[in-house]
Design a protein around this ligand. Structure first.
Ligand SMILES: C[S@@+](CC[C@H](N)C(=O)[O-])C[C@H]1O[C@@H](n2cnc3c(N)ncnc32)[C@H](O)[C@@H]1O
Length: 448
């Protein structure tokens, strides 16, 4: 029931599952005596069903005698939940069918529950592999459609990710599979505020893969239970985001290095790490964010920073600062988020290719202003959590061509120890290769 409520909210109100689910789980714990096991199952049902929706839609379509768009959305949600229990979990088939039909009776009524029962019985006919062999078009006939059904991504997303990744079938399959895995929770020990060893003593963790400040929380670990996370000395932050901030901080500069800017700072993860790194160098950070409510989150993330900082709400395309005011500038621009599909199970279905038309001008505007904000000899880091070429290389190339005055710096040496970084000079991280979100970073030195 709880999982169904979340799916309906995602469908009807464009809600985010990761925001809707926790309060419902809390309520269920308080009122219905939900135990940790029940909460884990509900979470798995919600996330698994949303992630695998493309695959389940194809299978359900093969089991009903009308087009899926003619099936009422609540009925489709119940069917998808049933399909996930049958094909994506170890719940015994009879239990999965009877629990789903009982749910259908409660939320859809007796007549539609019979329909649900009939469809689920057809699904039980074979296992997931057999269904995929039946409903996915052959790879040789249409590789992108095949991968879209097999790995439950919209076809245009498969296409965009493959363009950015390059290479053959094995790589893109590994990437799409990684998008369907639950990401680990990674912590950051903010330097100058808490050491990694001290943070490691506070919870069961493993060392990070790449970042010297990262720790990976053991399965089931609760970051909110760790005091240093609650008081901001540490935080939850994907290692890809940590690496981007560290790389920008470590590019060598000639001349002064005391004024750092984060031009798109909300909610403040990278700003908090940059602020801590700046403090260690005697530099000050200005963290700027357009949305006032997000600027307040940045304020909270930076509170207690060991060095000087300021947070302002400002539009980075019409900035209040003077040209050439900063030595290092980060612009982690708004983007489609196609590099963080592991975290937002519904995002891949919600995004449209047209969204990129909206982001493009903003990304160019923010990078153009960032290049003006940095002094000659200073460095801009242009970052996205999308690997889509239209949001990464194409933006950087366009802006450099149009405005001149900047040159790409090879970013790879500032990701020490990280392998599979490609040909440079920019860096694209990947979930299947690095275990991080697909963060992108181009480092640009202002030359004139
Ligand atoms: C990808 S997020 C940044 C994430 C952040 N760096 C972090 O690590 O927590 C992009 C941010 O840019 C902000 N933004 C959007 N348009 C902006 C603009 N014109 N000027 C400044 N910030 C803007 C968004 O509100 C959003 O908070």
């Amino acid at each position: 029931m709880l999982a169904f409520e979340v799916l309906r909210a995602v469908d009807e109100r464009d809600a985010y599952a990761n925001l809707v689910l926790p309060p419902l789980l809390r309520k269920a714990r308080e009122k219905e005596g939900f135990e940790a096991r029940d909460a884990a199952l509900a979470t798995e049902l919600v996330y698994g069903t949303l992630r695998r929706q493309g695959t389940y839609d194809a299978i359900i379509a093969a089991c009903v005698d009308r087009p899926l768009r003619e099936v009422d959305p609540p009925v489709l949600d119940v069917l998808s939940l049933g399909a996930h229990q049958l094909l994506g979990t170890r719940i015994p088939p009879h239990a999965a069918v009877s629990a789903t039909v009982e749910l259908a009776r409660a939320v859809l009524g007796e007549g539609r529950a019979k329909f649900v029962n009939a469809v689920l019985r057809k699904i039980t006919r074979q296992d997931l592999d057999a269904w995929l062999a039946e409903v996915a078009p052959p790879y040789e006939k249409d590789a992108e459609d095949h991968l879209a059904v097999m790995h439950s991504h919209p076809r245009w997303v498969v296409s965009a990710l493959w363009d950015a990744l390059g290479g053959g079938r094995a790589g893109i399959e590994a990437l799409l599979a990684a998008d369907n895995e639950r990401p680990e929770v990674t912590l950051v020990a903010r330097p100058g505020r808490i050491g990694v060893e001290e943070l490691a003593g506070a919870a069961e963790t493993e060392p990070g893969r790449w970042s010297p400040y990262a720790l990976r929380l053991a399965e089931g670990g609760e970051p909110g239970a760790i005091e240093s996370v609650r008081d901001g000395r540490a935080g939850v932050q994907d290692e890809g985001s940590q690496l981007v901030a560290i790389a920008l901080a470590n590019v060598p500069l000639e001349g002064p290095d005391t004024r750092w800017l984060d031009g798109c700072a909300g909610p403040g993860g990278k700003a908090a790490l940059l602020g801590a790194l700046a403090a260690g160098r005697g530099a000050a950070l200005l963290a700027s964010e357009k949305q006032p409510h997000r600027a307040r989150l940045v304020e909270r993330a930076l509170a207690g920073n060991p060095g000087p900082y300021q947070v302002i709400a400002a539009d980075g395309t019409r900035p209040p600062w003077r040209e050439g005011s900063f030595d290092r500038v980060l612009v982690d621009v708004p983007c489609s988020g196609l590099g963080a599909l592991r975290r937002r199970p519904e995002a891949r279905w919600r995004r449209r290719p047209e969204d990129l038309d909206g982001f493009g001008p903003l990304q160019r505007g923010l990078l153009t202003e960032a290049l003006k904000a940095v002094r000659v000899g200073g460095v801009v880091g242009y970052a996205t959590c999308s690997p889509h070429l239209a949001e990464t290389r194409v933006v950087v190339d366009d802006v450099l061509k149009k405005h001149g005055g900047g040159e790409l710096v090879d970013a790879r040496p500032y990701f020490p120890g990280v392998d599979a970084l490609g040909d440079g000079p920019d860096v694209q991280l990947w979930p299947h290769l690095h275990g991080t979100d697909a963060m992108y970073l181009a480092l640009i030195r202002r030359t004139a």
